[in-house]
Design a protein around this ligand. Structure first.
Ligand code: PA5
Length: 435
């Protein structure tokens, strides 16, 4: 079983034969991506990464993760953007909804740092470090990004105060470029265990490199299955562009068609709170890849049914520049039956004997019908259940579709020149030499 995509409730908003009109452009974009002949082609290392992942790397990461699990109650992942969103998305998707309360005896609690500059947040984290045994992965491809560098300076000092320089060294892992950047220099100088981020894999496409795999393994999740699942989708996505067999090209096609009809915002919808970070990963992937040269679909995200009581009004009746792409999970990993109550004071006995996931699915169906009637096209991407293998498929599906979609849109999906603008101002305001 694989990911399925249903575009029937989006096609109904387009003229007959619309899919045929975009087919040549999407097929050309697919060819450009697979042949590596387009803009940004020095960042295509992720395309064949799942099938070419060295089993020795998986084994090394697993062994390293096991050692961390023995010495740390808390594992801190320092990174920003593509250097943390993927691992966080996978860890939250596959872990307990309450990981800090219901702790796995085998794995540390995973916390994140350096993805913001909040003093409150980092001071709280340093307090946590006083109370629990810790280990750290510091992740930065460039090795020079300010947010993780500042967080690492604080956390490194805390670790050294707590464990001594040598003890701290055993608890720090650096994941960075093979040869460049301040983090690489520090890692070499201090003798940290380290992993390389391949040159040809950009941050937001790096979840299946050690950037994502190490933290995911420390969280006790099956990175072998994750990579295998991605490899299955790689095979499907890379073998042919045909819409009938390639869900990624179909997704790229339909979202570009909707965009050309003025649907400039795509809302990723999930019905599972532990997929919030997957939505955040998807937002970064599509936002940074497509939002440039005055073009791009604005990626937004909601979690239903919660957000039906906040954003639902806007989606139903607000500005009609929206479409939704629902990530639907067919089967839950855990089920709850709604009990009968003889008093029935709450009037809910009509639900007695139904499963909570049935109720959630009916909410999904009812919402789709309402939003489609309200003028919001709907794409449904479904996975059979949430496990490492399907999540691997899904990650690769979204990455591949993003590459095809970006080329179809006519942009380079592998650069992010606009991210530099805020940095220049911030450095100038902070008095960084040279700014
Ligand atoms: O996708 C990207 O390239 C970015 O989001 C980066 O991941 C992010 O800016 C962090 O960069 P770095 O890993 O160099 O610290």
């Amino acid at each position: 079983m694989h990911i399925t995509i249903d575009i029937s409730h989006a096609l109904s908003f387009l003229h007959e034969g619309a899919l045929e009109t975009i087919r040549p452009r999407v097929e050309a974009a697919w060819e450009t991506l697979v042949s590596g002949s387009g803009a940004g082609n020095d960042f295509l290392g992720w395309v064949k990464l799942p099938s070419q992942t060295d089993p020795a790397l998986i084994a090394r990461i697993r062994e390293h993760a096991y050692r961390i699990q023995q010495i740390a109650e808390v594992f801190i992942v320092i990174g920003i953007g593509g250097s943390y969103l993927g691992s966080r998305a996978v860890i939250e998707a596959l872990s307990s909804s309450f990981p800090e309360m219901i702790r796995s005896p085998e794995s540390p609690v995973i916390l994140f740092a350096g993805e913001n500059l909040s003093a409150e947040y980092h001071a709280d984290l340093l307090n946590v470090m006083d109370q629990y045994s810790c280990a750290v992965a510091v992740i930065s491809k460039s090795g020079t990004t300010t947010e993780p560098a500042v967080a690492f300076r604080l956390i490194k000092q805390k670790l050294e105060n707590k464990y001594g320089k040598e003890g701290a060294c055993e608890r720090i892992i650096a994941i960075t470029d093979a040869s460049r950047g301040a983090l690489k220099t520090i890692a070499d100088k201090e003798g940290y265990a380290s992993y390389i981020i391949p040159d040809n894999v950009g941050g937001r496409y790096s979840v299946l490199t050690p950037v994502g795999l190490l933290p995911i393994a420390v969280a006790g999740l099956d990175i072998g299955m994750l990579v295998e699942g991605a490899a299955e989708m790689e095979k499907i996505a890379c073998s042919a562009p045909a819409f009938s067999s390639n869900p990624a090209t179909l997704y790229a096609a339909i979202r570009n068609l909707l965009y050309e009809q003025g649907k400039t915002t795509e809302i990723m919808v999930t019905y599972q709170p532990h997929l919030v970070m997957l939505t955040e990963w998807w937002k970064q992937l599509y936002g940074e890849s497509e939002g440039k040269e005055g073009k791009g679909i604005f990626p937004a995200g909601v979690t239903f049914t919660s957000d039906l009581h906040s954003m639902g009004q806007f989606i139903q009746e607000g500005n009609r520049n929206l479409f939704e792409s629902v990530l639907s999970v067919n089967r839950p990993n855990q089920e709850l039956m709604i009990p009968n109550d003889p008093d029935n004071t709450d009037g809910l006995n009509y639900l007695a004997g139904k499963s909570l996931s049935d109720v959630n699915h009916k909410a999904e169906e009812g919402t789709r019908m309402a939003h489609v009637e309200g003028g919001v096209p709907n794409i449904c991407i479904a996975i059979p259940s949430l496990n490492a293998s399907y999540l691997g498929q899904l990650l690769y599906f979204y990455e591949f579709a993003c590459g095809v979609s970006g080329y179809t849109l006519g942009v380079n999906p592998f650069d992010q020149p606009g991210v530099e603008a805020y940095k220049r101002n911030m450095f100038r305001l902070l008095g960084k030499p040279g700014f």
